[in-house]
Design a protein around this ligand. Structure first.
Ligand code: PMP
Length: 392
């Protein structure tokens, strides 16, 4: 189309390189199995860690909230869009995260953008792990602070960065708690020690750790016994919590500041009642049913061990996020297509999301999967992997 020739050219190149992807359309509710093209397949690509997306307590809470409060809120939070249930959710999140206060944003993505852009100024420096999530990278781009990226989980490089930046007003170290493409856990105890030694602030994005690690799924900070020593904890309500949204938990002063300066919070409409009520129900479930998290970890161990015994390269994964690294972009897509044809949804993740030679299919088991489903999935991985020469 006229005016978009440059976009057409780029898309054509993607098609030639085999990186152009169509969206996968799901025809059922989310779960251990989903329907695609009229066929039931085992779902290994969702972030629905605890199977809460369609949990009866969440759907009931959502329905009741719609009936009582309607479909939308009609305003941003700071004008007329804060309902008592928003306040209730934030209080629950603060208690859950063992912090003074918490604030909900529209998504995990906008939380990182909103927090980083609000609290950093040109006289500050942000020190960021090179494999941090895109929302952290974009959040940093929105600030005028100096940026220093340290090598992935490399504590010597982090210390060098801290030594090089002693003249700045504030230094903020930011890291994913669990890295979303590799499933490894950030070395938070060492990061916190260095931060204390060099008087820096620490911010952790626990999108893939909340509901997964720590007591009742409180996240990496609690997992490492670091409650009270990490200044800013970001989380999402759209993965283990099963709904939508993001939040930041920390000291009252930070939350009060973000209410006045967090731009997505200020300028975008608040969550509808159904979403908010379902999130409250999900936090209650985390506190009341820790056995869901045990099941998630049981399933994780079984599936990861199974993949490794088959000879697949699962990288440095320590959590339910388990990549199966195959190398070439095209091979990752072929592998994913074959898996789907044999009844397993596990999507390819390729450059630029991961390095050019580290294309993979990424798997995430959930607490909802049965042993039979996971064994069936392993059989499919073995068959597809052998056919493509990925394993012997
Ligand atoms: N941070 C990390 C580490 C993530 O993996 C994601 C989800 N892709 C986000 C933030 C964004 O969360 P949300 O989907 O709620 O916007």
């Amino acid at each position: 189309m006229k005016g978009f020739e440059h976009l057409e050219a780029e898309l054509k190149e993607m098609k030639e390189q085999g990186t152009f992807r169509k969206l996968t359309l799901i025809e059922s509710e989310q779960g251990s199995k989903v329907q695609i093209n009229g066929k039931e397949v085992i779902q290994l690509s969702s972030n629905n860690y605890l199977g809460l997306t369609s949990h009866p307590r969440l759907t009931k809470a959502a329905l009741e909230a719609v009936e009582a409060y309607g479909a939308g809120t009609g305003s941003v939070r700071t004008i007329a869009g804060t309902f008592t249930m928003h306040d209730e959710l934030e209080r629950k999140l603060a208690v859950f995260k063992h912090t003074e206060a918490a604030l909900v944003f529209q998504s995990g993505f906008t939380t990182n953008q909103g927090v980083l852009s609000a609290i950093l100024s040109p006289e500050d420096v942000v020190i960021s792990d090179e494999l941090n999530h895109a929302s952290i990278i974009d959040g940093i781009r929105l600030t005028k602070a100096k940026r220093r990226v340290y090598k992935h989980v490399d504590m010597a490089d982090l210390e060098t960065a801290l030594q090089e930046t002693q003249s700045f007003r504030k230094r903020l170290i930011v890291t994913d708690g669990v890295f979303s493409m590799d499933g490894n856990i950030a070395p938070l105890p060492q990061i916190v020690e260095l931060a204390e030694q060099y008087d820096a602030i620490v911010m952790v994005d626990d999108a893939h750790a909340s509901g997964v690690l720590g007591q009742n799924g409180r996240g990496t900070v609690n997992h490492f016994g670091l409650d009270g020593r990490v200044h800013i904890q970001v989380g999402t309500l759209s993965k283990a919590i099963g709904v939508l949204g993001g939040y930041v938990a920390g000291p009252r002063v930070l939350i009060d500041y973000l209410i006045h300066k967090g731009r997505p919070f200020l300028f975008s409409t608040s969550h509808p009642p159904a979403v908010t009520a379902a999130c409250i129900a999900a936090i209650d479930i985390l506190l009341e049913e820790p056995e869901l998290i045990e099941k998630l970890w049981d399933n994780t161990r079984f599936f990861k061990d199974g993949l490794q015994q088959l000879g697949f390269d699962t990288g440095k994964s320590e959590t339910p996020v388990t990549p199966v690294i195959v190398g070439e972009t095209a091979l990752a897509h072929q592998f994913s297509d074959k898996l789907l044809a044999y009844g397993v949804l596990a999507l390819g993740i390729t450059f630029p999301t991961v390095a050019k030679d580290a294309a993979r299919v990424r798997t995430i088991v959930t607490a909802q999967h049965s042993r039979e489903e996971l064994q069936q999935a392993l059989d499919v991985f073995a068959k597809a992997g052998r056919e493509l020469g990925i394993i012997d």
